[in-house]
Design a protein around this ligand. Structure first.
Ligand SMILES: [Zn+2]
Length: 381
């Protein structure tokens, strides 16, 4: 996600915060500090409510993180590389580099998140009950019960059988195992996702109209997000299915125009046959011929004209470490999700460490539109 700050690593998983999580943090602090706590337990100094509100928000964000970490850790245990976890306005996302290979793996990864939320809900409830028994002030007990309740809600909401929610993944795993058909399973789970999404949008708006409170906008927003994500997921799965058996080598552009590392941007623009090319990003090669990065027209256009004659391409390129790479024999369908979430929307194709081609999201899209009998090897039965 653009606009994400990296926080560090937990259990080897990279943690990031998207700026929009500030909205959630503010709401999670404000709601208890200015509403719930003073309303339920009046008479304390204002700073007490604020401090407890802040503690509540921190506890809830940590709970969200624990939920996503559970997905990530289980995925890694199944040899699925995890790019990282990002917390944003509507919760968290654990970004996996590849899709689960079988229904059982999918089920375990998807189930881990809600399971942890449920465990946290029970833990917070236990602590609240213990504090109550020991005679702790009611306000403190409420400050622990509220996160308990939210964790239970998180577990239940995420377990709804609607893609892209965790429950939707569980449903997909179930359908996948029963039918053996991943496409049909995904279409079923995403149809359920759109249904739940529309239900949330409609109930949200009805509650705004009937109750006059803006609080209904929140479920409506979540519903809208679910509809969009479910639709995108169904599209991507159809594309995946059309691409079955197609390799990266078949859809890539072979021997693309490259930029020599060390040359200035102006030199590269003067020497490269850019006029005839439909490409807008060029691999940068070191003198020994190894790929070191990718320079895009967008990045060049962003720099001042005057700087072009003095700036080396290396200074504007995206370095290899931040790029997607593939081998010619990799499956094009597997590369698809990595490309759609990458910044450059293209990957360098390397063979034995040497650049052989470049493949973009549109190259893969075009390949999927070819008639089935022209697609290499066709679909495995
Ligand atoms: Zn989850």
């Amino acid at each position: 996600m653009k606009g994400t700050v990296r926080l560090g690593r937990i259990a080897g998983v990279r943690i990031g915060l998207h700026w929009s999580v500030a909205v959630t943090a503010a709401l999670l602090t404000l709601l208890p500090a200015r509403g719930l706590y003073p309303y339920a337990h009046p008479g304390y100094p204002t700073w007490v409510y604020w401090a407890l509100g802040l503690a509540t928000a921190t506890g809830l964000l940590a709970s969200l993180l624990a939920h996503e970490l559970a997905h990530a850790v289980v995925a890694r245990r199944h040899a699925i590389e995890v790019r990282g976890i990002t917390l944003w306005m509507l919760g968290g996302v654990a970004q996996l580099r590849t899709e689960p290979r079988d229904p059982r793996t999918e089920l375990r990864i998807a189930g881990a998140g809600p399971a942890i939320s449920a465990v946290l809900g029970v833990l917070f409830t236990g602590v609240a009950a213990g504090m109550n028994a020991l005679g702790a002030p009611d306000l403190a007990v409420t400050a622990v019960s509220w996160p308990a309740g939210i964790n239970v809600v998180l577990a239940v909401f995420n377990a709804l059988p609607a893609a892209p929610l965790d429950g939707g993944r569980v449903l997909r795993a179930f359908l996948w195992r029963r039918t053996g058909d991943r496409l049909r399973a995904t279409l079923g789970a995403t149809a359920a996702g759109r249904f739940v999404g529309w239900f949330l949008v409609l109930t949200g708006f009805v509650s705004v109209l009937a109750g006059g409170s803006a609080a209904g906008l929140w479920p409506a927003l979540v519903g809208w997000f679910i509809i969009a994500a479910a639709t995108a997921e169904a599209c991507q799965e159809r594309l995946r299915d059309q691409l079955a058996g197609t390799t990266v080598g078949e859809v890539m552009t072979l021997w693309p125009v490259t930029a020599p590392s060390g040359s200035t941007v102006a030199q590269f623009l003067a020497d490269a046959p850019l006029g005839r090319l439909r490409h807008s990003a060029f691999p940068v090669l070191a003198p020994d011929g190894s790929a070191v990065g990718l320079v895009s027209v967008t990045r060049i256009n962003r720099m001042p004209l005057k700087a072009r004659s003095t700036t080396p391409v290396d200074a504007v390129m995206r370095p290899l470490g931040n790029l997607e790479t593939a081998e010619p024999e990799d499956s094009a369908a597997d590369l698809l999700p990595r490309l759609s979430s990458s910044a450059e929307r293209r990957a360098l194709v390397l063979h034995a460490g040497r650049l052989v081609g470049i493949v973009s999201l549109s190259d893969i899209g075009r390949a999927a539109q070819r008639p089935a009998n022209l697609r290499h090897r066709g679909r495995p039965a």
